[in-house]
Every structure is written in structure tokens, then in C-alpha cells.
Design a binder for this molecule. Structure first.
Ligand SMILES: Nc1ncnc2c1ncn2[C@@H]1O[C@H](COP(=O)(O)OP(=O)(O)OP(=O)(O)O)[C@@H](O)[C@H]1O
Ligand SMILES: [Mg+2]
Length: 249
């Protein structure tokens, strides 16, 4: 079982859209896939048309209450894709995880408790430098970080990398940043894309600003399913290939 986390310090940059689309592509490729929505906003849950309800509540789940992830997972409208939904009880996730004494271990236990039911678990993280993110980072195989090609998001990526080092949560080598919401009509986006291509830090996929992706919040269907021929879907498939290879799938 492999774990891909969509994470990062910045909010509103495409973590959830990426989680939902990559999870759908993984399932379409025949991998038994679980998407774990760990953000109290519940956007991934909403985009897959599931009720925002964790059976028994998030504190019980995070403390390792009986049943684990498998007991709260729901099947989705995408064949082969199960979802652990989010609800508002996740607002206390940092405090609950800290209260366990070993937050990273608590997350690792939950993931390993799925006992071979899944080939891949995709985790949609809340934004920020918090205990949830630190714990997930310490157990994930790949940390996908969407970066809008502008100076402040690039600074946030550096800060996120320092956070991983400072907390010893994960090696910055696990970081897999990629360009998100790129609009090549903007000179700044073109210039920053050229600059980052002189390094090998970023993945090759670059998800364009796309109305097909934005519509996911309305249609509640992964955009790679509803608009498979869009440029965004082409780039999501490229991202999936790169992420799957890094995860060893
Ligand atoms: N490639 C894209 N093109 C156009 N709109 C996008 C794209 N990716 C995401 N969006 C839109 O931008 C908003 C934020 O996207 P998303 O929820 O995926 O980001 P996020 O990083 O998960 O945000 P948060 O940090 O709040 O969890 C949403 O309204 C989404 O529909
Ligand atoms: Mg999100």
C-alpha cells in the first residue's frame, strides 16, 4: 500500500482538485484506491457527492477507535474509489492527534490498519504547518505540493520544505512540487515557469487554470471524468503518471 499526500502551506492552490482527480485516475488504472479527506472544509467529500459525516466522529477515529479507516470508508460514484469523508469534527484534529502523544504513529497505524484493502491511499490535507500535515508527511511516500507560478507561493514552498526539515517529519526529497493554475497569458507565470524548468525540483506536469476544474465544485464529478479531453485532464494524467512512479506503484 502506497500513500500520496496533497499538501502544502498555501490554501486555495489546487490540493483538493488534485486529490480528487488523481484518486479517480488511480481507480481507473485498476488500483484499489482510498481518498482520505483530512480537511474539515470537506471539499473533496463534496466534490465526490458524499455526505459530510464520519461515523463516530473524527476524534474517535484519530485516537484509533475500533474499526479504523475501513469502518468509516464509503464507496463513491467512481468505480474502485472509496472515500473517508470529512466532517466538522475534524476541526479538533490537531489537538486530538497531539493528545495521543505520538501523532505520526497514530496516522501510520490508521493507514496500516487498512490491511491490504487498498493499493493507494490519497490524502487531501488542510493547508498549513500543523500537526495533521506533519504527521501525514512523516508517513507518505510522495508529498505533492501544488504551486501557483508567482513569487509568494514559491516562498511558501521554501517555508514548507524548512518545516519538514525542522520537524524531521520527512525528507524534503519526498517533496514533489508541480505548477498549478498556470495561465500562460500572464508574463509572470511564463517567466516563473521558465525559471523553475532550469531546476529539476518540479514535476513536469503543469495544471492550467481551467474552467473544467473549477466546475468540479458545481458538478461534483472529478474533472478528469467529466472533461477527459480538456488540457487540464491531459496534465492531470501526466501528473498521475509521475506521482505513481514516485510512489512505486
Ligand atoms: N486548475 C484550476 N483551474 C481553475 N480553478 C481551479 C483549478 N484548481 C483549483 N481550482 C479552483 O480553485 C479553488 C481552490 O481549489 P482547491 O480547493 O482544489 O484548492 P486547495 O488547495 O485544496 O484549497 P484549500 O487550501 O482551501 O484546501 C476551487 O474553487 C477550485 O475549483
Ligand atoms: Mg483543499
Amino acid at each position: 500500500m502506497r500513500v500520496i499526500a496533497c499538501t502544502g502551506l498555501k490554501g486555495g492552490v489546487g490540493k483538493t482538485s488534485t486529490s480528487v482527480n488523481l484518486a479517480a485516475l488511480s481507480a481507473a488504472a485498476g488500483h484499489r484506491t482510498l481518498l482520505w479527506d483530512l480537511d474539515p472544509q470537506g471539499a473533496a467529500t463534496f466534490c465526490l457527492r458524499l455526505k459530510p459525516r464520519i461515523k463516530g466522529g473524527a476524534p474517535k477515529l484519530l485516537r484509533g477507535g475500533r474499526g479504523g479507516l475501513t469502518a468509516v470508508a464509503r464507496s463513491s460514484s467512481v468505480d474502485g474509489l472509496d472515500v473517508v469523508p470529512s466532517d466538522v469534527t475534524l476541526r479538533d484534529a490537531d489537538r486530538v492527534l497531539t493528545g495521543t502523544g505520538r501523532p505520526a504513529k497514530a496516522i501510520r497505524r490508521l493507514l496500516s490498519g487498512t490491511k491490504g484493502d487498498y493499493d493507494l491511499i490519497v490524502i487531501d490535507c488542510p493547508p498549513g504547518l500543523n500537526t495533521v500535515v506533519e504527521s501525514v508527511a512523516s508517513t507518505a511516500d510522495v508529498l505533492l505540493v501544488p504551486v501557483v507560478p508567482e513569487p509568494l507561493p514559491l516562498r511558501a514552498l521554501v517555508r514548507f520544505s524548512e518545516f519538514l526539515e525542522d520537524t524531521s517529519a520527512a525528507s524534503p526529497k519526498l517533496l514533489a512540487p508541480f505548477l498549478s493554475m498556470i495561465d500562460r497569458r500572464k508574463p509572470m507565470h511564463r517567466r516563473i515557469e521558465t525559471e523553475i524548468r532550469t531546476t529539476s525540483l518540479f514535476l513536469g506536469a503543469a495544471i492550467p487554470e481551467s474552467s473544467a476544474v473549477a466546475r468540479m465544485g458545481e458538478e461534483q464529478v472529478p474533472s478528469v471524468v467529466s472533461s477527459p479531453r480538456s488540457l487540464a485532464s491531459l496534465e492531470y494524467r501526466r501528473l498521475w503518471a509521475e506521482a505513481a512512479e514516485r510512489a512505486g506503484l
